[in-house]
Design a protein around this ligand. Structure first.
Ligand code: GRF
Length: 205
């Protein structure tokens, strides 16, 4: 079975979207780990409720509860993880961890990269910046993770018309709905071995 780890820090709606597509048989994979720096976030509560093992990393000031990235890497390698999905994970991941899982870590960003990305561009900061600009479209981007925020090769994007929105909140809601479609689609492609990298471009068969 194709094994996935999902990293979260917030509500976990993308985690739920992936889990739903696994449960209904659309994606043949298993979520073997949820990783978080926020022990009490909704995503962690959900994972516990559905009996997915939760690993807390880089948090909590207690080694009893929290592990470091080296220990986490050992666990994930031992589990035979094929894909790590950052779904609202708000910590920067160390370079040596990224190198261990080269081309196997993806992130979902709630805007059309390479615009509206980079340090500090997360959550509502992104949608406010989009709203305050004059752009008429937004939408989620799924990309590989490298050592620079929101910089890795783009895997997939979907465009959302925001020409009539009245608030940043409205953009967030529209984009999030589309994230819940896009991210499971990309995870499915990975699980089927249909993601091909050629030079700087990524193709989904
Ligand atoms: C999403 O908007 C995602 O694009 C961003 O963080 C948010 C996570 O939402 N990286 P959720 O925790 O999956 O509900």
């Amino acid at each position: 079975m194709y094994k996935i780890a999902i990293f979260v820090s917030g509500n976990g709606s993308n985690l739920v979207a992936i889990k739903n597509k696994i449960d209904d048989g659309t994606i043949e994979a298993e979520i073997v780990a949820v990783v978080s720096n926020k022990p009490e976030c909704n995503a962690v509560i959900f994972a516990k409720n559905v009996s997915v093992p939760v690993y807390l990393v880089d948090c909590c000031k207690s080694e009893d509860i929290s592990i470091d990235y080296k220990q986490l890497a050992e666990i994930l390698l031992k589990e035979g993880i094929s894909l790590i999905v950052l779904a609202g994970y708000l910590r920067k991941i160390p370079g040596n961890f990224i190198n261990l899982f080269s081309n196997r870590i993806i992130n979902i960003h709630p805007a059309l990269l390479p615009s509206f990305g980079g340090k500090g561009m997360y959550g509502m900061n992104v949608h406010r910046a989009v709203f305050d600009s004059s752009v008429q479209i937004s939408g989620p981007t799924v990309h590989f993770v490298d050592e620079v925020y929101d910089n890795g090769r783009i895997i997939a994007q979907k465009v959302v018309d925001i020409s009539d929105v009245k608030s940043a909140e409205e953009i967030k809601d529209r984009v999030l709905d589309v994230e819940h479609v896009l991210l499971p689609e990309v995870v499915k492609k990975f699980s089927e071995g249909k993601v091909k990298i050629q030079g700087n471009r990524v193709y989904l068969d």
